[in-house]
Design a protein around this ligand. Structure first.
Ligand code: SF4
Ligand code: SF4
Length: 117
């Protein structure tokens, strides 16, 4: 069985303004899986276990860019579902084009030969 990475959104409280100017918080009304809820008058992630692995749909509806997902904040196992999140990078050492979801401009072989992780 494929190992599933932990996957749910994080709201940055310094960016979130609760969707001031909108009738309802957009993330709250958008997500059909009831991941978001209201606690002490603030939108929070109340059901992280309901989030669908690989989904980042609500990130796009946030007018304040206050929502982030694990790929930007932590390493995780690369699986078939991640393919859409991979990017093509040209290795600055050998020029080989490779795919990665990490912030690196060195391919695996060059990192290994340079004794980098
Ligand atoms: S990523 Fe998808 S499932 Fe998860 S909270 Fe956002 S809209 Fe809901
Ligand atoms: S959509 Fe963004 S700004 Fe609006 S409540 Fe959700 S996280 Fe906050």
């Amino acid at each position: 069985m494929r190992r599933q990475a932990i996957w749910y959104p994080t709201i940055f409280p310094d960016k979130c303004d609760g969707c001031a100017g909108f009738d309802t918080p957009r993330c709250l009304s958008f997500c059909p899986h009831k991941v978001y809820g209201i606690l002490n008058d603030k939108v929070v992630v109340i059901n992280p276990q309901n989030c669908i692995y690989g989904c980042i749909a609500c990130e796009r509806v946030c007018p304040r860019k206050a929502i982030a997902f694990p790929m930007r904040t932590a390493d995780r196992q690369v699986t078939r579902k991640d393919k859409g999140l991979l990017k093509r990078v040209k290795c600055k050492e050998c020029g080989k084009v490779f795919c990665t979801n990490e912030e690196t401009d060195l391919c695996f072989d060059c990192r290994k030969s340079l004794n980098l992780k």
